[in-house]
Design a protein around this ligand. Structure first.
Ligand code: HEM
Length: 517
């Protein structure tokens, strides 16, 4: 499966240590191999010393040893390393990294503090605080990703840019997601889906996540840079998966680390994008209706935006950012949606009725339009409910730029403050029966800042309309073409994945629906 965790024994052993779990046969074999290699021991010792030195430095410089009187409740963990081992153990478990947050949310409530990688992290899970942090009217917060992510997507990426730079980049990127762009995208995505799911019936069974990753990757590459060559797509997809795999890894740049492999893959992607840009300039190719071309010519910006055209590095970093932000998230969301529908026959029945009604109006092989999607009122609620339940992006990371107060607790300048979207989505005080998959709950207005699947405010998801379109089109084609049965209901999620992804990938058996029935 694309992007699945590679079982690096060093990491497995190191990070399962805090749970005192018995080591398995693979790990014993690994330890024996390592025992024969003294050089490896020396390197390992060096690496650990370096890590401790770095953490100690960070810890002493960050003022984390000093806590204000009314700091949020929580634990600072062990000296220097804080609760890093427990966090890594959660990432490496089948229940996923969010378990680390869930356990502390249950213990301490809506606002708690922990220490990971030598830094203080505060997690907040009330709609009111989400509003204050994400709206950021006070200018107290900025976005912050962990170091490994920033290095992999590039420091010119929208995801990592400081407030001022972010505003400039977003002004350039926003016009790419216009209604005209989304309309074109709808048609292209529908064509892709129709050809992709056509042969599922012959196969009899498919893994939804694998299929969805292929389809969303192709869709993003076509929209971003008109890339359709299957060999080039395959190479690029492998490199992007390698970058994604490295995102939650320890930012340790040694030849065998996941992080180092991710950086190498990033370099190859940058080279590919560089070549594309050179070719487009050399051949003055402006007949490509894609994001890359628009950024190169920057026809979309206002005159003030045009005056500050994006540099090549900004373009490359942000094309990579959009591939990552768009592919993995959408594919994971589609997969969870199929799983939830498979478990809720009554919802599926209602959805089918709506979608067949729409299908009757379309002629054979006619592509869906944005107007058709606007008619899918029940399907839109299915999409929202799936996003709420799955919380693909579990928390939204920010950095406090000055001392401030949240939920009555003191937050110090330099602390990380994360809005815990998943806890808000599952809060029984905000919606009744939150564990139930019930799309009709969206008939009623939701409390402001209680639905954060795409974030809110100046950093809200740029591609949300594209993402919703992908999910709706996928739904329409799936429910009007096949009956299906989920054959593995295991809810475990992929280890080391940045976004919440089903480990089983959601395998389904499909049977074509007889159109004359
Ligand atoms: C179901 C699919 C998707 C989900 C759940 C999702 C979720 C999110 C969330 C929660 C954020 C905000 C993070 C924050 O505030 O810290 C975000 C940002 C972003 N998303 Fe998406 N996203 C999805 C699909 C897409 C697609 C298809 C694109 C298209 C390229 C995209 C591009 C972006 C970009 C560029 C940002 C950064 C915005 C900024 O910092 O100004 N996303 N996404």
């Amino acid at each position: 499966m694309v992007g699945q965790n590679s079982n690096n024994p060093f990491f497995s052993f190191f990070f399962t240590f805090p749970k005192f779990s018995p080591i398995n046969a693979n790990q014993v074999r690994w330890l024996i191999d390592v025992g024969e290699n003294e050089m490896f021991h020396l390197v390992l010792l060096g690496v650990l010393s370096l890590l401790l030195y770095k953490l100690a430095n960070k810890f002493l410089n960050s003022g984390n040893y000093f806590l204000p009187a009314n700091a949020p409740p929580g634990s600072s963990g062990f000296p220097l390393i804080g609760e890093t081992l427990q966090f890594m153990a959660a990432i490496n478990s089948g229940e996923g990294f969010y378990n680390f947050v869930r356990a502390r949310h249950l213990r301490y409530g809506n606002c708690f503090r922990t220490n990971i990688f030598g830094e203080t992290h505060v997690f907040v899970s009330s709609a009111e605080s989400a509003k204050a942090i994400l709206n950021n009217e006070s200018g107290n917060f900025t976005k912050k990703y962990i170091k490994s992510i920033a290095k992999l997507v590039g420091d010119q990426s929208l995801l990592c840019a400081s407030s001022h730079h972010h505003k400039l980049l977003r002004n350039h990127l926003l016009p790419l997601f216009s209604t005209t762009s989304v309309s074109l995208f709808v048609q292209q995505f529908d064509e892709l889906i129709m050809t992709s799911i056509e042969n599922w019936g012959k196969k009899g069974s498919v893994i939804v996540l694998d299929q969805a990753l292929q389809i969303t990757f192709k869709a993003m590459c076509k929209t971003l840079m008109s890339l359709e060559d299957s060999k080039q797509l395959e190479i690029l997809q492998e490199d992007v998966a390698c970058v994604c795999d490295a995102m939650l890894s320890f930012p340790l740049q040694l030849p065998w680390t996941r992080f180092s492999k991710g950086l190498k893959a990033r370099k190859r992607i940058m080279n590919t994008l560089e070549k594309m840009i050179i070719e487009r300039r050399r051949f003055q190719e402006d007949n490509n209706d894609d994001f890359l071309q628009k950024l190169l010519t920057d026809q979309n910006g206002s005159s003030s935006v045009q005056a500050s055209r994006l540099s090549d590095q900004e373009i490359k970093d942000n094309i990579l950012t959009m591939i990552i932000a768009g592919q993995d998230t959408s594919a994971s969301a589609i997969t969870w949606m199929v799983k939830y529908l498979g478990e809720n026959q009554n919802v599926l029945d209602e959805l089918r009725t709506e979608q067949f009604h729409l299908a009757e109006k379309l002629s054979l092989n006619q592509c869906l339009t944005l107007e058709d999607l606007n008619e899918m009122s029940y399907a839109s609620k299915v999409v929202k409910e799936s996003l709420r339940k799955a919380s693909i992006v579990a928390w939204l990371p920010r950095l406090a730029l000055q001392d401030t107060e949240i939920e009555g607790f003191k937050i110090l300048n330099g602390w990380n403050i994360n809005t815990d979207a998943r806890s808000i989505h599952l809060d029984p005080m905000l919606r009744c029966d939150p564990d139930k998959f019930n799309p009709s709950r969206f008939d009623d207005d939701q409390k402001p800042y209680s639905f954060l699947a795409f974030g809110m405010g100046a950093r809200a998801c740029l591609g949300m309309n594209m993402a919703k379109a992908m999910m709706l089109i996928f739904l329409h084609r799936l429910v009007t073409t096949y009956e299906w049965k989920v054959t593995d209901s295991d809810p475990s999620i992929v280890k080391w994945a940045l976004f919440s992804r089903l480990k089983s990938g959601c395998p389904i058996d499909v049977t074509p629906i007889r159109k004359d029935s």
